[in-house]
Write a protein that binds this ligand. Structure first.
Ligand code: FRU
Length: 934
């Protein structure tokens, strides 16, 4: 996968502006010469230890001061050709833009200069020339012309003729050659002038001095000495002067430099007769070099002007030269100042640019920061909303998961409940069969009763199975509507009639109201049969005897729908249950026809297949009403959903079996069955058949109390305090587990053994049941014999307990409770015995007083004590008085009368009577009979 990152266009734009702002000062910088615009001039000087060469360098520097971008690399060959060749090569290697060369001698230097020139580097030759034209430009005076002018000047000085001596420069250098030739050519016209010799001073003062000294005679004989430069002329003069030459020859020089001891000064002093100006051309050479590199127009040959300086003009020239010199000094000073200013300016400009740059950067960064902040806020906002969305989705997922979990739980519950629903009818069928098999000569009546019960419960099982199958068919789309045209009124009347018998028996006000005797409708008989049968079953189930059930059939005002109302004034249901009433897997607070919500859910599916609707309205303890609406006509039905009318026999094949299952509520079960049996057993079971069955079985052995739901059962348990309770676990209202928990944690009832009946048979469930304190847990279906055995076993163990307690009638002997006995009961007994013991000497001690102190009602105290100790409270007090009296009598510390009062008898006579009745001995006889008395 490839991910591309794009800066937002706004950022691009901003960055471009920032770049522009940052780089503008830099652009200004770049207007200054960059390294690319810089000109590097290489200058190879043949020699530099004389004033003329110094002047040339000074003039170059002066000119360079006008250019910021020109750099001069300077090399001095010290009058050596070899050195100069090396210098030029070195300059070339330094990547110069142009070469200025003043060759030492022409021939030796020419090849390297040509090489440079041919390599593309322009070459300016100054002063001395090379031996070819392969150079870019030349700057210098015309040496031939200078020599020629000097010759003419000499002729003018020596009109009569005379002897002339030359002091020349290096013979291989072009100025030496030019000057000599020009001079010779000028002398040609004057035959009286004889060039007696040429002394080679090699352009240098010291060399010339030495040579003149060597040839002093010649010099002294000469009428005129023409030295090729002023410094060699000065050396000549010095040698002649120190030789005290009487007839000083005329002395001519070249260069005409201004300065102490230099040409102009020497003319002014009379040392030289004349000098010929030979300009260095240093400034010109630099100017020319810049022009050439910058490709400006230029001259190849730049010949500098010469002039004669002698006594006639030396003063003016000197003063001019002085002025020029001063001006030059000023210029230099100014240039220095400018340079300094420029440096300051440059620094300041750089600083300014840095400041501007920083400012711009700060502004841009500030803007960027602001922009980023905005972007960040925006991103945060987006993230927040995304987060919220994710959170919402997470919640939805969690809710979905929870709903799925709930649905699953409901499904599990549903299947568990379905299995439970199967267990009760199976128990009844099995126990009835067991009964038949066991009774040796059953009466016809009891046999019939058993068979009836079996049939009824088999029918119930069949109905359950049939409903389950219907659901399967609906779920798999196998249930098809087969509507035929019929009269809804007659159809409902038939179903209505099936419940009339029950209604009569149970004194229920049961009515069918219809306005029209005829209501034509397309409907599937077998489906609607189930619906109405189910709804009526429910109504009968939850309506008490003497209640009211109403069925109403009518047409809507717009005659588009049939409306059927089934209304009862029975138990009703809470809002919460009502909201889930049609949910298939919802288990309500009370059993409906299946106890699982299956009937109502199926009814709704069937009504919906008719394109109709079913609504429920119910209020707890007020009643329930169902409203069904079915569309008239057949436009809403598909062709294949309509069939020809069916024969009656096809209708509801299970009808007969259903009718067996009509909820046939018997007289109120909560009735005390009075028998002479000692122990009382309370049966709490919501299934009427099983309840009746258990009551029947138990009646022959015990006093039986019965309740049809948990609340009723609890109330009875507290009021009657039975000796044993058998309770179903799954019941409307308070379930068996809660009943056991409540009874076992209440001192009034904690002693009562409880047997829980259930369809839940996993170990965990049994453990849960027993943890409540229940004494036994019996799983449906069960054998009656087993149940009866458990009941009697539990009652017997109570009996044993009683005997155990009774042996210990004094507080002095603490109770050692057998294992498994409720702690509450032990505490109760301890408490009860302490109360009695404490008040034993009070002859007025009453049951009421003790009950009050123990926090129970009189009856409850009586029942509890009776159950635990097998004695009434008064009997127990009497027992305790007598036991204590016996102990005191044995100790013989008190008189019989004292003992009588001590243990709470109102008179010694009464004590004696009661004691004798109990032990067949009077107190005094008892004392005599005990071993300790003797
Ligand atoms: C200086 C110098 C000058 C002369 C020139 C000739 O080195 O000798 O005096 O005019 O060179 O090249």
């Amino acid at each position: 996968m490839c991910i591309e990152f794009h800066s937002p266009p706004k950022i691009n734009y901003l960055l471009r502006i920032a770049g522009l702002l940052i780089f503008t000062p830099l652009l200004l910088f770049s207007c200054q010469p960059s390294s690319e615009d810089k000109i590097v001039i290489g200058f190879s000087q043949c020699v530099d230890d004389d004033d003329w060469r110094q002047t040339m360098y000074f003039e170059m520097q002066k000119e360079l001061a006008f250019y910021d971008h020109v750099e001069l690399i300077y090399k001095n060959a010290d009058a050596s050709n070899e050195q100069q060749i090396e210098d030029i090569k070195a300059l070339r290697d330094q990547a110069i833009d142009i070469l200025i060369v003043s060759p030492n001698e022409a021939w030796p230097i020419t090849p390297i200069v040509e090489e440079i020139y041919h390599s593309g580097i322009p070459v300016i030759v100054v002063d001395r020339k090379i031996a070819s034209d392969n150079y870019t430009a030349y700057v210098g005076a015309d040496n031939y012309e200078i020599g020629n002018i000097a010759g003419a000047y000499a002729a003018n000085l020596l009109p009569e003729g005379g002897k002339i001596l030359e002091v020349t420069g290096l013979p291989g250098s072009t100025p030496a050659q030019g000057r000599h030739q020009g001079f010779l050519d000028a002398l040609k016209d004057h035959p009286g002038l004889v060039l007696m010799d040429s002394i080679n001073g090699q352009w240098e003062e010291e060399v010339a001095r030495k040579e003149i000294r060597n040839q002093l005679d010649k010099a002294q004989q000469a009428d005129l000495i023409f030295a090729f430069n002023d410094m060699m002329a000065r050396a000549t003069h010095q040698v002649l002067d120190s030789a005290q030459t009487e007839d000083m020859p005329v002395l001519l020089g070249i260069d005409g430099l201004f300065g102490p001891r230099l040409g102009i000064e020497m003319v002014n002093n009379g040392i030289l007769d004349a000098t010929f100006l030979y300009p260095t051309g240093g400034d010109k050479a630099i100017e020319l070099a810049v022009n050439i590199v910058e490709e400006q127009p230029y001259e190849k040959e730049n010949i500098l002007q010469t002039t004669v300086i002698d006594q006639s003009n030396v003063k003016i020239i000197k003063s001019q030269a002085e002025k020029i010199y001063e001006q030059q000094q000023d210029i230099v000073a100014q240039q220095m100042a400018i340079k300094n200013q420029l440096a300051v300016y440059k620094n300041q400009r750089t600083l300014l640019y840095v400041v501007i740059g920083s400012l711009v950067a700060a502004i841009v960064l500030g803007a960027y920061a602001l922009y980023s902040l905005k972007e960040k806020l925006e991103t945060n906002r987006k993230l927040k909303s995304k987060n919220e969305e994710i959170l919402k989705q997470r919640n939805q997922i969690m809710q979905l998961a929870q709903e799925t979990e709930e649905a699953n739980q409901a499904k599990f519950r549903f299947f568990t409940d379905i299995s439970h629903e199967f267990r009760t009818p199976i128990t009844l069928i099995l126990t009835s069969i067991e009964d038949i098999l066991e009774s040796e000569s059953p009466s016809k009546e009891s046999f019939h009763k058993d068979i009836q019960l079996i049939k009824k419960n088999a029918a119930r099982l069949l109905r359950l199975v049939s409903q389950l199958l219907d659901f399967r068919r609906i779920e798999h789309g196998k249930m098809e509507l087969k509507a035929s045209h019929g009269n809804l009124v007659t159809f409902i009347q038939e179903i209505f009639a099936a419940f009339e018998g029950t209604a009569n028996k149970r004194k229920i006000d049961y009515q069918l109201i219809t306005i029209d005797p005829q209501l034509a409708l397309w409907f599937d008989d077998s489906m609607l049969d189930k619906v109405f049968f189910n709804l009526l079953s429910n109504a009968f189930k939850y309506t008490d005897d003497g209640g009211k059930i109403l069925v109403m059939i009518e047409q809507d005002t717009d005659k588009k729908q049939a409306r059927i109302l089934i209304k009862d004034n029975g138990r009703g249901m809470s809002k919460e249950h009502m909201a889930h009433a049609f949910e298939r897997f919802y288990r309500g607070e009370q059993n409906n026809s299946m106890g699982t919500g299956l009937g109502l859910s199926l009814s709704r599916e069937l009504i919906q297949m008719h394109h109709g609707s079913i609504k429920i309205d119910s209020e707890k303890d007020k009643g329930t009403s169902f409203e069904i609406k079915l569309p008239l006509g057949k436009d809403h039905l598909k062709k294949e959903e309509c069939i020809e009318s069916v024969s009656n026999t096809m209708r509801s094949p299970l009808r007969g079996i259903y009718e067996e299952d009509i909820y046939d509520k018997d007289e109120v079960i909560v009735s005390e069955v009075t028998t002479s049996h000692d122990n009382s057993v309370l049966v709490i079971e919501d299934n009427t058949d099983l309840n009746k069955f258990l009551v029947n079985k138990l009646t022959s052995h015990y006093q039986v109390l019965s309740a049809e739901d948990g609340d009723q059962g609890l109330a009875l348990a507290f009021d009657e305090v039975p000796d044993l309770i058998i309770s179903d676990i799954m019941m409307p209202g308070t379930d068996g587990i809660s009943i056991a928990r409540k009874l076992k944690s209440d001192v009034r009832t904690s002693h009562i053994p409880i047997i829980l009946l259930t369809a839940r048979d996993t170990t965990e469930q049994q453990v849960e049941g027993l943890q409540t304190g229940a004494d036994a847990y019996i799983v449906k279906p069960f054998h009656t014999k087993y149940l009866m055995a458990r009941v009697s076993q539990l009652l017997q163990s109570r009996q044993m307990l009683r005997q155990h307690y009774l042996g210990k009638a004094s507080v002095a002997e603490p109770l050692e409770m057998p294992e498994g006995v409720n702690k509450l009961d032990k505490n109760f007994l301890d408490n009860f015995r302490a109360i009695v013991d404490q008040k034993l000497s009070d002859p007025e001690l009453s049951v009421n007083e003790i009950a009050k102190e123990a926090g129970l009602s009189r009856v409850q105290l009586y029942r509890k004590v009776k159950a635990l100790l097998g004695l009434g409270v008064n009997d127990y007090i009497k027992q305790l008085r007598l036991t204590k009296a016996k102990t005191l009598l044995m100790r013989q510390e008190l008189s019989i009368s004292e003992i009588a009062y001590e243990v709470g008898f109102s008179s010694p006579a009464y004590f004696s009577t009661v004691f004798k009745n109990e032990y067949q001995l009077s107190p005094s006889e008892y004392i005599r009979s005990t071993p300790s008395a003797t």
